[in-house]
Design a binder for this molecule. Structure first.
Ligand code: SAM
Length: 277
């Protein structure tokens, strides 16, 4: 709910927006106005902009990757820990070409489906909901049950989730993706430990961590860029691309000297390469 509200608050800035998530506020439900008020009160104006813009960036980058992949013939997109991600209900242009899998905790998924129903939004026919607990179930098993084609490439996004999971669950999930067809790409976020944070990052991180603690979802796993890269390489990924504050400004806010990101959370993308036989 918090990140959906952040995507909605991003739309209160003057356009152009990094992401035009028209559904975010409604999807977040009855608590959305309260959450919006709280983030406005509990973050300084600079920290609020840093947070809401970053949440927009981390949702946009995967959509750009899916668009590029679809143009090259990729036909599967897996959204891990989808939460209130609205890609499948907004990007009808891409939905005509690709099959989407929303993979999430059963409770989160049930809540979202109820919310979609209340809003009169019908899930498209080529969207499949696949329930999972990353800690106790394997992604492979859940995707097989959902009809995912392991012989064909896909894009996987895993946004705003790894910090809630143990390293074992992260490794096992990444290993499943790394075993997918060559050309498969993954993009994920990870949160950095406090020792790696700037003042702005620390302010954002402290407040967001408080929200997470309050909802009973404490942060468990934190990485610096070299550690997450090592984990990705260990399970077999190549072509690893780091994407943090600098890349976010260059890609989505070119020429904007007023835009600053703390960098408490970063993105990283990687590719499954053809295996040597
Ligand atoms: C902060 S939300 C991010 C949602 C969405 N990706 C976004 O960026 O707005 C975290 C998501 O991770 C999911 N999640 C957390 N722990 C999980 C677990 N053990 N198994 C499956 N999903 C989990 C939650 O259900 C929730 O949808």
């Amino acid at each position: 709910m918090l990140t959906a509200v952040a995507r909605a608050v991003h739309r209160e800035e003057p356009p152009p927006w990094v992401l035009d998530d028209t559904l975010a506020f409604e999807l977040a439900g009855d608590d959305a106005p309260l959450i919006k008020r709280r983030i406005r009160e509990e973050l300084s104006p600079e920290a609020l902009l840093s947070f809401t813009r970053w949440v927009a960036v981390r949702a946009r980058l995967p959509e750009d990757m899916v668009e590029a992949a679809a143009a090259q013939g990729v036909r599967q997109y897996v959204i891990l820990g989808a939460g209130l991600d609205s890609f499948a209900y907004r990007r009808t242009d891409l939905l005509a070409q690709i099959r989407v899998f929303e993979v999430d905790q059963p409770a989160s998924q049930a809540w979202k489906r109820q919310r979609l129903e209340e809003l009169g939004i019908h899930p498209p026919g080529n969207l499949t909901f696949a329930p999972i607990d990353f800690e106790t179930q394997t992604l492979r098993e859940r995707l097989v049950a959902a009809g995912f084609d392991f012989a064909a490439p896909a894009v996987f996004s895993w946004i705003g989730v790894t910090m809630y999971l143990t390293v074992d669950a992260i490794r096992s999930t990444l290993a499943t993706i790394a075993a997918c067809a060559p050309g498969t790409r993954v993009v994920l976020t990870y949160n950095q430990p406090p020792s790696a944070l700037s003042d702005l990052a620390r302010e954002v991180e402290t407040t967001i961590r408080r929200f997470a603690d309050e909802s009973g979802e404490p942060f468990v796993s934190l990485f610096v860029p070299s550690q997450i890269e090592e984990l990705l390489r260990e399970v077999g990924f190549n072509e690893i691309t780091h994407f943090g504050p600098e890349e976010a400004v260059r890609t989505y806010f070119a020429g904007r000297s007023d835009v600053r990101f703390g960098g408490a959370q970063r993105l990283i993308a990687a590719t499954v390469m053809a295996r040597n036989i």
